[in-house]
Ligand binder design. Structure first.
Ligand code: GLC
Ligand code: CA
Length: 530
């Protein structure tokens, strides 16, 4: 790994979903000025990079992932000037900013689509994928991925909501336009991109697959293999990626991506978004240890995340969001952010926000949820329906950020919010958490502080030393003579023997002499040299 690549391991990202972070003008919608206001909070937590979910002009059918103008800021979020101000303020405070880049589809309100549908010889027609009848049986949002457009007189492909039309990347003009979009934001000063479902830009028609088509690498190299992108950071969302894909997508000399998000761990407790599956925490250990080994052996960069704007809250989904909420939240943080790779924290995760429960469809916004509801409301038993929805809904991650226990949780001054407030905001919020004797935020802060000080935690080799046990995860990191041991106990009290010479640096329970570890206990040790 070159030094440039190794330096990426110093990043600690915080993901902001702009609609829900902070509403500075009390119109019910989060905005860019709200983000700027909260920069001191990010500094206090100890992150040095931000991933901003889409801030572009959009009708908002898919929370902004349906872009109608790649160069404009969503009006409700502010102006390009506000964006510049936010970016400058981040840079002035040593925070890098990567923005979302959504290359696979545009909103049907985008000018290109509005033109394309007009006629077969419109210059934009080939920007999208048209057919006289569906070319396959692909399904999107519980219906056919092909929708007939009256104006166009043909079907178009949409791998997500019908208002998100897939772009035709086989058309060189589309690729040219997308390069220009990247350059626009690079010229403005952003430090990189999170690339939305990037493995879908090349469809595999032959094998009947929406992603990983034959031109994927070529297209990505065309975007990012350029001189202009030499110093930017890119992370691609790749649902279907296996080892070989990832090696090719992120190998340092490939000119493609810096790293990817892959979802093997997240997918362990569900068959699909609304279909939970039996799961045990030892599967996390298995998946993480496997990917640590692969990325280490291949000199690749791994992403360390457990939440984002599409996933339920980790304490609710994988552990205990009641009595042991603090322990669960801090155990996951320890497990993840002491491994080798780049930490990503999703807003609210740092105070242990939990999943919510709603049973009226009006209280949801996520289009995957509303389409699931439409498809199953008359099929499933009521309780089952709402349990599945509340398990899978992406809105779990999208309720306004609870800053305090007062009006609107401090998100705004009381104007009706675009999505209901987080129901637990009076109890679980930044202010209350910070004042608590057991504060998730403080633990995150100490953990990130440790990571900053320890080369072993950032750059060291990883080794799983758990042995056969399924009750916990024990691993070590080592760099230049510095050795760190990390222990994460799963849900039951367990007797665990640590390697000799371990001195505790941080833990989520009081330190104890014996080697009996409590449910979700986590601790980090420095190993003394013999
Ligand atoms: C990605 C985004 C998700 C969005 C989808 C379509 O998976 O994370 O929020 O709905 O792509 O753009
Ligand atoms: Ca606002």
């Amino acid at each position: 790994m070159t030094e440039k690549y190794e330096n990426f391991l110093d990043f600690v990202f915080y993901q902001i979903y702009p609609r829900s972070f902070k509403d500075s003008n009390n119109d019910g919608m989060g905005d860019l000025r709200g983000i700027t206001e909260k920069i001191p909070y990010l500094l206090e937590l100890g992150v040095n990079a931000v991933w901003l979910s889409p801030h572009y002009k959009s009708p908002g059918k898919d929370g902004g992932y349906d872009i109608s103008d790649y160069r404009a800021v969503q009006e409700e979020f502010g102006t390009l000037e506000d964006f510049r101000e936010m970016l400058d303020a981040m840079h002035a405070n040593g925070i890098k900013l990567i923005v979302d880049f959504v290359p696979n589809h545009t909103s049907t309100e985008h000018y290109w689509f509005q033109e394309a549908r007009k006629s077969k010889d419109n210059p934009y027609r080939d920007f999208y994928i048209w057919a006289d009848k569906p070319l396959n049986d692909w399904v999107a949002c519980c219906e056919s991925a092909w929708k007939y457009d009256d104006v166009a007189g043909q079907y178009y492909l949409h791998c997500f909501d019908p208002t998100q039309a897939d772009l035709n990347w086989e058309n060189p003009r589309v690729r040219e336009e997308m390069k220009n979009v990247l350059d626009f934001w690079i010229d403005l000063g952003v430090d990189g991109f999170r690339c939305d479902v990037i493995d879908m830009i090349s469809k595999d028609w032959e094998n009947n697959r929406m992603n990983k088509g034959p031109h994927l690498h070529e297209y990505i190299r065309e975007l990012f293999g350029r001189e202009k992108c030499k110093n930017i950071f890119t992370v691609g969302e790749c649902w279907g990626a296996n080892v070989e894909n990832i090696r090719n997508l992120t190998g340092e000399n490939r000119g493609e991506l810096t790293t990817v998000f892959q979802f093997e761990h997240i997918n362990r407790n569900c068959r699909s978004r609304f279909e939970p599956k039996n799961f045990s925490l030892s599967e996390f250990r298995e998946v993480f240890a496997k990917w640590q080994k692969i990325t280490q052996e291949n000199d690749l960069i791994y992403t360390l995340f457990i939440e984002n704007h599409d996933q339920g809250r980790c304490v609710s989904r994988f552990a205990d969001d009641g009595a042991l909420r603090y322990e669960s939240a801090t155990m996951f943080a320890t497990m993840l952010y002491c491994m080798r790779g780049i930490p990503f924290i999703y807003q609210g995760q740092e105070i242990g926000v939990t999943n919510s429960y709603f049973d009226k469809i009006e209280d949801f916004d996520d289009m995957e949820t509303t389409s699931f509801y439409r498809a199953y409301k008359d099929v499933l038993d009521k309780d089952d329906l709402w349990n599945l929805i509340n398990f899978g809904t992406r809105d779990n991650a999208r309720h306004p950020m609870p800053w305090n226990g007062e009006t609107a949780g401090g998100f705004n001054e009381g104007a009706k919010t675009w999505l209901p407030l987080y129901p637990e905001y009076r109890k679980i919020n930044v202010e209350a958490d910070k004042q608590s004797e057991i504060s998730v935020f403080r633990y995150f802060k100490s953990l990130l502080g440790l990571r900053r000080q320890s080369e072993a935690l950032r750059r060291g080799i990883f080794e799983d030393i758990t042995g056969e046990a399924k009750t916990h995860f024990l691993y070590r990191r080592e760099y230049d003579g510095e050795e760190i041991v990390v222990l994460c106990n799963f849900e039951k009290e367990t007797e665990i023997s640590l390697p000799e010479g371990c001195v505790r640096l941080l833990g989520n329970y009081p330190e104890h002499e014996n080697n009996v570890f409590a449910p979700y206990e986590a601790a980090i040790y420095k190993k003394l040299k013999r």
